[in-house]
Design a protein around this ligand. Sequence first.
Ligand SMILES: [Zn+2]
Length: 106
Amino acid sequence: MLVAQGQLQSDWVTGTLAPSWKVQGLRETPLPAESPGWWGTGKLIEFCSYLPDLSVLYQLVASVRRGSCHWCGIDVIGDRCVFCSAMPPDHDSPPRAQLENRTAVG
Ligand SMILES: [Zn+2]
């Protein structure tokens, strides 16, 4: 986990979140200069983390819907766009042949 401490006085990320996620390493980095402007406040803590086991990550990514957000166009993994929070518009069920192909491949 990489942590950039802003002016927010809290140890929630390092003391609560990191242990509950069982992070295997924790490093601190300076807060990017643009962050307070982006968030509208300097009272913040930014962090990022990733799954080190690529086979688990592959299974997770391969098991959910992938596509492009109909609203902002970025790649979406899952149902909700992580950038704009848009949900996909309702679609009719895919044709039966498409479902069978998907089963055969998977
Ligand atoms: Zn979007």
